[in-house]
Design a protein around this ligand. Structure first.
Ligand code: HSE
Length: 436
């Protein structure tokens, strides 16, 4: 297996996530990629602080140029952020013929055209999946999955800080400043949170997406931008009265060869899918002429979600560099013989249940049903019976705590054979933790 060496610039929040995956999951990621991916060096001006992950001696160094100029390093991952040294380092890496990965949307929005041109001249790749939407694979989706489409429009919640603040204001009546402070403490706000709340970070991301979706240059300066700082609790309350939610949206549309691109607080109907995207989560809908609408949803910031996007770029570039043929094979995702993962038999699953019994309405019915459930270790969360009936069946609904499928099946078979039960019981499984 060919080895590809990676050098990381920036050992901050996301950098530490990337290190964690590259060290702890090296074998797994390398076997899937078909390339041995090795983290050779990490540079950061702070080589003392504990990031909760230990590196072998000598891996963490203070001078980025020792990595950028190392002829043995094939891929440079820039996770410093901002437009200062990050740009300098990326341009030097390109000049040195390295493949480059960055999560730096501010840099791409301001200097992306220049960086992409220089990379093309040098014949190297710039990968930037983590620059927009954290873990959501929006760049890959636009470039690869939707390659057969003309993109008609995109509408996204692309800033976790703003979405978190607006959700807090809407659901908890929090004060703006408290909600912002909270977002900063949770680690998803930019170093300068003005970039978040004034809509600039969202516009950086929209500029990057527009370039891919519509084949434009990166036109950040042409995007209309309005942040969320003027939104008051009164506007949120009026919006709710009219059946709307307020979200900071990035919107772009292609109409007759012109691109409309704007970022501003927007009222959207409460039933709209984006209205249900709360907290620091991001989501984006993309309309293509073939697919119509698709939706991506996930964590737009944070250590491990963003690191996940960086790793997908690392694997892509490592495969290109090593000349690996074909796509990641299905077989490489499978465990070796002896470690095969099998599907759990349905009888063994644990979940919650809604059970509707059709029973006679007379004394003792409930205790019989609940007794049998108890005999099978099924704990009842609540019981509901609406109305009374002298004749015919009455619906009795029970919600259970988590129970084992096999126990529920046995209990229902026993209950349904009782003479107080008029017709077969109805069972629907409940999944409480499906999405935030
Ligand atoms: N500050 C950004 C956010 C982080 O709040 O979404 C990810 O770009």
């Amino acid at each position: 297996m060919r080895k590809v060496n990676v050098g990381l610039l920036g050992f901050g929040t996301v950098g530490a996530g990337v290190v964690k995956i590259l060290i702890e999951d090296r074998e797994l990621v390398s076997s899937r990629a078909g390339v041995d991916i090795f983290l050779k060096a990490v540079a950061d001006i702070d080589i003392e602080s504990d990031r909760g992950i230990s590196l072998d001696k000598g891996i963490l160094i203070p001078d980025a140029y020792n990595i950028i100029d190392d002829p043995e390093i094939d891929i440079i991952v820039e996770l410093i952020g901002g437009e200062g040294v990050a740009k300098e380092f990326i341009l030097k890496a390109i000049a040195n013929g390295k493949q480059v990965i960055t999560a730096n949307k501010a840099l791409l929005a301001a200097h992306g055209n220049d960086i992409f041109r220089k990379a093309a001249e040098k014949g190297v790749d710039i990968a930037f999946e983590a620059s927009v939407g954290g873990c959501m694979p929006i760049i890959k989706t636009l470039r690869e999955a939707l390659v057969g489409n003309r993109i008609l429009s995109m509408t996204g919640i692309l800033n976790g800080t703003c979405n978190y603040i607006l959700t807090k204001l809407t659901n908890e009546g929090s004060a703006f400043e408290d909600a912002l402070k909270d977002a900063q403490e949770k680690g998803f706000a930019e170093a300068d949170p003005t970039l978040d709340i004034e809509g600039i970070d969202t516009a950086h991301k929209l500029a990057v997406l527009n370039a891919i979706a519509y084949g434009t240059d990166i036109n950040f300066d042409d995007i209309y931008i309005e942040g969320i700082t003027k939104i008051t609790p009164m506007d949120i309350a009026f919006a709710a009265e009219f059946g709307y939610r307020i979200k900071l949206l990035a919107i772009s549309k292609e109409t007759n060869g012109k691109i409309e691109a704007r970022v501003h607080p927007t009222m959207i109907p409460e039933g709209n899918l984006l209205a249900g995207v709360n907290g620091s989560l991001n989501a984006i809908t993309v309309s293509g002429d073939a697919v119509e609408d698709i939706l991506l949803y996930g964590r737009g910031a944070g250590r491990m979600p963003t690191a996940s996007a960086v790793i997908s770029d690392v694997v892509d570039l490592a495969r290109i560099l090593s000349g690996t043929k074909g796509r990641i094979s299905t077989i490489s995702n499978q465990q070796s013989e002896g470690q095969k993962v099998s599907i759990l038999p349905m009888d063994n699953i644990l979940t919650n249940y809604y059970i509707r019994f059709s029973a006679q309405d007379k004394p003792g019915v409930l205790s019989k049903i609940s007794g049998i459930l108890g005999d099978h270790k099924i704990s009842i969360k609540s019981v509901h019976q609406k109305g009374r009936k002298e004749k015919g069946p009455v619906p009795i609904v029970m919600l259970t705590h988590q129970a084992k499928e096999a126990d529920v099946k046995k209990a229902l078979a026993e209950i349904d054979s009782l003479d107080i039960i008029i017709s077969a019981s109805m069972l629907i499984r409940i999944e409480n933790g499906a999405a935030e």
